[in-house]
Design a protein around this ligand. Structure first.
Ligand code: NAP
Length: 487
């Protein structure tokens, strides 16, 4: 039997979503370090490859939700649909020449730190071994589908699938369909399938705050102007970013969010005439505590006669449908889970074993923590992109990702300059950072007492960055050398 393939590189990047690809492109452009990118699937794209449900689109305008170094002047709309974003990522992977370094169909299974050589051994399920001076995880937080823990979930006899694993082979036209969940994914696909299905039972546990969506086709003259003068698109990009930062003010001071709630209530009133339905769709928690959604077509779809909005708790799933807590059993042909992801479960099932055999998966449990969301004490030269407490409720994640990529490059350069082989964040620096995050979160809208996927099992918010994105960028511009142990 031949020995498994082994590759030695300076940096091993994991994932090819916006983070992994962005990291690979920076390494490629710098041209100083060897690298390899592990991708479990057969194409790039991360969450934009995985989510193909009808109506899937980003809720940040693409002129901003794209790489700063790779503007695309001809986005078709303000908020283009998933295929266009996926095509963009495919295109940048090719244009920036990173494809030869991507190992497709390689899912990282184990990361093991070797103290003697100051390297990580990365092993994949498929048997590839990579020895790397540093690891950069671009594994993302929103790719492991969460299924609700409902009795009888395995009993349903018809087709059942999760929104992030959309089964395009299942014909929905003329069928009775149950959708569980009314979050960001559901509000995008419900209006797409509603006109075609015979009946749609929509199971809502908590109504979302929904704002109007300022979507429109990009005009030809705008696309031409962006192509002819990239600075115009750069200014446009900055304007969108700046407006979003201003919006962020309301998230940081809950007493300022009332105006947003008024706007969302008016949006609901203008689109839903039936007061009983309106009442069911009206949230009772502070806006922003859960992710604020944008849509112009969700409420009108829910108001259609073939849609039944069910707010009773689900008691069980049966062979033929869903039984609500009031005892009503509704038969359906197809069941769709729009129940979100497991953001606290980024690493599993891959195991990350750092210094002295410490296992990151176990230390994190269900409440991950990291210094600037990037490094964890005891796990030298292991960098996380989109790590704990770097998610956003108000602006583009790509901006955060680019800040993080810059930080990783700074750290690698500093290590080289100092003639060191490893950097490990001091536990007290990490603890101080996390304590500061907790203190800041305490004053924000995310701490106004709602249940959301932002919260870890211990009730602490381990998802959101409680500040402006420019503050994060300023904080990650330089590596605070004193916060690390260099060996
Ligand atoms: P989500 O926002 O977590 O929504 C999940 C929905 O399922 C919620 O309505 C939740 O109700 C419901 N649910 C969960 N368990 C349930 C149960 N046992 N019984 C009944 N209902 C249950 O998930 P998502 O819509 O997939 O979105 C996840 C995140 O992905 C978003 O917040 C966003 O960050 C990202 N995303 C972005 C876009 C975009 O950019 N356009 C689109 C899709 C997703 P509760 O609210 O009561 O928990």
């Amino acid at each position: 039997m031949s020995a498994p393939e082994e590759t030695t590189v300076d940096v091993c990047v994991v994932g090819t979503g916006f983070s992994g690809l962005g990291m690979a492109i920076r390494l490629e452009r710098e041209g100083k370090r060897s690298y390899v990118v592990l991708e479990k699937a057969e194409s790039v794209g991360g969450t934009w490859r995985e989510n193909t449900y009808p109506g899937c689109a980003c809720d940040i305008p693409s002129s901003l939700y794209s790489f700063s170094f790779a503007p695309k002047p001809n986005w078709s709309r303000m908020y283009p649909a998933q295929p266009e974003i996926q095509a963009y990522l495919e295109d940048v992977a090719t244009r920036f020449g990173v494809r030869p370094q991507i190992r497709f169909g390689q899912e990282a299974r184990a990361f093991t730190w070797d103290e003697r050589s100051s390297t990580w051994l990365v092993e994949t399920v498929q048997g590839l071994k990579v020895r790397a001076g540093a690891v950069v995880s671009g594994m993302g937080g929103l790719h492991k589908p969460a299924y609700p823990d409902l009795p009888g979930r395995d009993r349903f006899q018809g087709p059942a699938f999760h929104s992030a694993r959309w089964d395009h082979g299942v014909e929905l036209a003329g069928k009775r369909v149950a959708v569980i969940g009314t979050g960001a994914s559901a509000i995008q696909f419900v209006p797409q399938i509603q006109p075609h299905v015979a009946r749609l039972d929509l199971y809502q546990r908590t109504p979302a705050w929904i704002m109007p969506k300022g979507d429109r086709a990009m005009a030809e003259w705008e696309q031409s102007a962006f192509a002819a003068a990239p600075v115009v698109q750069e200014l446009y990009r900055r304007a969108i970013w700046g407006l979003n930062e201003i919006r962020g003010l309301a998230f940081l001071k809950p007493e300022r969010i009332g105006a947003g709630e008024d706007l969302a209530r008016k949006h609901l009133e203008s689109q839903v005439q039936d007061p009983a339905l309106r009442a069911k769709l009206t949230p009772s928690y502070r806006m922003g505590c859960k992710r604020v959604l944008i849509s112009n077509d969700f409420y009108p779809a829910v108001a259609q006669p073939n849609v039944c909005l069910i707010t009773d708790r689900i008691a069980e799933i049966t062979e033929t449908g869903v039984r609500a807590a009031d005892g009503t059993h509704r038969e359906v042909d197809v069941l769709i889970y729009a129940t979100g992801f497991k953001p606290m479960d980024v690493l599993n099932p891959a195991r990350v074993v750092g210094r002295a055999g410490r296992v990151l998966n176990e230390e994190w449990g269900a409440h991950p923590e990291a210094y600037w969301g990037l490094t964890v004490s005891g796990f030298p030269n292991f960098f996380l992109l989109m790590g704990p407490n770097t998610g956003l409720g108000h602006n583009s994640m790509v901006f955060m990702i680019e800040s993080q990529i810059h930080y990783v490059m700074e750290a690698l350069a500093l290590m080289e300059q100092r003639g060191k082989r490893a950097l490990d964040v001091r536990p007290e620096a990490q603890a101080a950072f996390v304590a500061d995050i907790d203190k800041k979160l305490g004053q924000t809208v995310w701490s106004t007492g709602c249940m959301s996927w932002y919260l870890a099992d211990d009730g602490k918010n381990r998802t959101i960055w409680p500040g402006f994105t420019f503050e994060y960028r300023a904080g990650t511009r330089r590596v605070a050398e004193g916060d690390y142990v260099w060996t």
